[in-house]
Design a protein around this ligand. Structure first.
Ligand code: KG4
Ligand code: ZN
Length: 337
């Protein structure tokens, strides 16, 4: 069965065709990053307008790249939550129009479930497993009970890991989104050069807090500026990346041990980070656990992950009608109801 996946929750207009949830036939992403970079972050109104302009062309390109026509598609899957509401509505409205006019089932997909499904495009992983999802908007530890049911066991109390990467990058003078620039700079830096906080939350062993770490990097940069000293950016990047990676991986491995998981996975934009990948690989090796990581091309937002999750949601009958709406916020666990 071929599923057309449509993603427009933030600043990428993306469409893809995936066969049986696993085989990617096409994956087209129109990114708006260059435009949002001018403002140092995503401007919701601009994002919605660009999605409206691009979505038809991106969908046509995805069908053409896959060598198929809309008649060959078994279902249209679309991200409906969570995300920027105006941006989501463009994808949802387009998917509704397409599905209804072509007589295809319409499958609403949760964005975080989509990130988790990026792992199904990258290897033989099957649930159950424990997954860290770290992106620009989310930092969660999720028990993936089966393809369509989830239990969130860890979450951030303030900023998401990607947001923290982007803020740290900004004070160091890197463009938005700065995660990958920190990653690059860290390769030439000393991760022990600066001692940065690794917050623990009493009573919530699997939860995160990144705001203190973010403030520490901001203060480091401002203090150096006030004293007229030049900061070694590579050393700050490496120390910061080490701090974020160790917090993420420490909590993930603690949850794996306490909840009894042998299969571990990481997904979301931050799963592209080389420090995070190395730290989790080392921890899994040390504890004899099996690790699954998404291919780099599926870490950031894309349509293929939505098509994959859409396939599994379709199989359990999660279809929507013409009344489908976008939702800016929605817990992954609401899907279980
Ligand atoms: O999953 P994603 O594309 O969008 C959301 O759903 O939020 O994640 C984007 C986030 C951004 O914060 C970006 O800086 C971060 O992922 N990111 C990285 C790297 N590549 C992307 N963070 C650290 N290292 C990277 N290599
Ligand atoms: Zn995302």
């Amino acid at each position: 069965m071929l599923v057309l996946g449509i993603e427009s929750s933030c600043d990428e207009t993306a469409c893809a065709v995936v066969e049986d949830g696993r085989k990617v036939l096409s994956n087209v992403v129109a990114t708006q990053i260059a435009e949002h970079r001018l403002y140092g972050g995503v401007v919701p109104e601009i994002a919605s307008r660009r999605h409206s302009e691009n979505v038809l062309g991106v969908a046509k390109a995805a069908l053409a790249d896959a060598g198929c026509e809309i008649g060959d598609i078994g279902a249209v899957a679309v991200t409906f939550a969570p995300g920027l509401i105006g941006a989501l509505l463009v994808g949802v409205s387009f998917a509704k129009g397409l599905a209804i006019s072509c007589g295809k089932p319409l499958v609403p997909v949760h964005h975080i479930a989509g990130h988790i499904a990026s792992l199904y495009l990258s290897g033989p992983l099957e649930p159950p497993f424990l997954c860290l999802v770290a992106s620009g908007g989310h930092s969660l530890i999720v028990e993936v009970l089966n393809y369509t049911e989830f239990r969130v066991v860890g979450r951030t109390h303030d900023d998401a890991a990607g947001e923290c990467f982007d803020k740290a990058a900004r004070v160091l003078g890197y463009p938005y989104p700065g995660g990958k620039f920190i990653d690059e700079a860290a390769k030439n830096g000393d991760p022990t050069a600066f001692s940065l906080p690794r917050p623990k939350i009493p009573g919530c062993p699997f939860d995160f807090s990144f705001s203190g770490l973010k403030t520490a990097v901001v203060n480091l940069a401002h203090n150096a500026e006030q004293r007229g000293e030049s900061l070694n950016k590579a050393d700050v990047a490496a120390s910061f990346q080490r701090a974020v990676s160790s917090v993420l991986v420490e909590k993930l491995m603690l949850a794996a041990k306490e909840l009894g998981y042998q299969k571990i996975a990481v997904a979301g934009g931050v799963s592209a980070n080389s420090g995070v990948r190395a730290a989790v690989a080392e921890a899994c090796k040390m504890s004899g656990r099996q690790l699954f990581l998404p291919d780099l091309k599926f870490c950031g937002d894309n349509g293929a992950m939505i098509a994959s999750q859409g396939y599994y949601d379709f199989i359990v009958g999660r279809c929507a009608g013409a009344d489908l709406n976008g939702r800016a916020t929605m817990s992954l666990e609401e899907l279980n109801i």
